[in-house]
Design a protein around this ligand. Structure first.
Ligand code: NAD
Length: 332
């Protein structure tokens, strides 16, 4: 099948080309994001593959449908960038990668937490310039502390298990509780209780209408002073302005994020020679207790291999008219 692969970086090309042999798809790689300005590149391609920051809204989907596209396969777990209702209306089917190493993201979240708490990023900078001072690098023992996990799905549960292994008390909040979370010693509580009692909070729920800005000014005002907040899920879960205010007032003790509300125009690109006109991210990176990475939590050999393999399998199943195991549909 002819497939237009958008947001294709060198590693996407390599892995997809390597795994495509048995599938035999005709892959055309586009470095560009899919958006209104680039959607014409998909014309004549029955299948299109996208990534987290492609703009798959109603307008783009209409243009895709007009160009003959019938499948959008996102190389991600989250699918909040796709207007599923518009896709359904236009007869475009949508697949994602529901299952890939949850360890990739959970382990990265733990890495961020350790670096943030023990100021490893600052120590790295200091020692490279010959500064071996400890002043300003003091953290706290995670052992015995309370860690709140918002979203106890596949990734949240792996994260919770690692934290339980550190000797933490683990609290969880999820509208769909999972017995596996309690089996590892976690306790479900209301979000308010989690906010009030946690020393660390890590976000692992999807971005939906219900979860947008779940971390806002009111939430932050109800947390423990000195809270460390980790977000490896989606940028829109956090109200960036509220977080900046909480950092400035010193109520929030630290922030580690792999995702950012306005990441679409920044992430996955080298912008080091540009003037970045996003004042919020510039303010964030100016704090010594903010650690920011560019949406790399998924990026392990295991996870990325599965992402590419599953995407190709979905396209093959679609071509053969088989059931789409990873299809996502509009709710209701
Ligand atoms: P999952 O579907 O297994 O788990 C999500 C959990 O969130 C579910 O248990 C669900 O019930 C829960 N949830 C839904 N609404 C909630 C709410 N209002 N409050 C609390 N919990 C809620 O998904 P997963 O595989 O664990 O992935 C979680 C998220 O991680 C994805 O949606 C994606 O946004 C993000 N992610 C990020 C990266 C990265 O590279 N940074 C990679 C993969 C996934």
């Amino acid at each position: 099948m002819k497939v237009a692969v958008f947001s294709a970086k060198r590693y996407d090309r390599q892995m997809l080309a390597e795994l495509n042999g048995p599938h035999g798809h005709a892959l055309t790689f586009q470095e560009a994001r899919l958006e209104p300005e680039t959607v014409a590149l998909a014309s004549g391609f029955p299948a299109v593959s996208v990534f987290v920051n492609d703009q798959v809204d109603a307008g783009v989907l209409e243009a895709l449908a007009a160009g003959g596209t019938r499948l959008v396969a996102t190389r991600s777990t989250g699918f909040n960038q796709i207007d599923l209702r518009a896709a359904a209306r236009l007869g475009i089917r949508v697949t994602r990668v529901a299952d890939y190493s949850p360890h990739s993201v959970a382990e990265f979240a733990v890495g961020l937490l350790l670096a943030l708490n023990r100021r490893i990023h600052k120590a790295f900078e200091r020692t490279r310039s010959g500064n071996f001072e400890l002043d300003g690098l003091m953290g706290f023992d995670l052992h015995g502390r309370t860690v709140g996990v918002i979203g106890t799905g596949k990734i949240g549960r792996v994260f919770a298990r690692i934290m339980a292994g550190f000797g933490c008390r683990v609290l969880g909040h999820d509208p769909f509780p999972h017995p596996g979370f309690e089996a590892l010693g976690g306790r479900y509580v209301e979000r308010e209780v989690l906010a009030r009692e946690s020393d660390v909070i890590s976000l692992h729920c999807p971005l939906t209408e219900d979860t947008r800005h779940v971390v806002n000014a009111a939430f932050l005002a109800s947390t423990r002073p000195g809270l460390l907040l980790v977000n490896t899920s989606r940028g829109g879960l956090v109200d960036t302005r509220a977080v900046i205010a909480a950092l400035k007032s010193r109520r929030l003790g630290g922030l580690a994020i792999d995702v950012y509300e306005q990441e679409a125009s920044l992430f996955f690109q080298d912008r080091s020679s540009d003037i970045i006109d996003d004042d919020l991210i510039q303010r964030l990176v100016s704090f010594p207790n903010v650690l920011l990475t560019g949406h790399q939590a998924f990026f392990t050999r295991e996870a990325f291999g599965t992402i590419c393999a599953t995407t190709l399998e979905s396209i093959t199943a679609f071509e053969r008219g088989e059931e789409l195991a990873n299809e996502v549909r509009a709710p209701g």
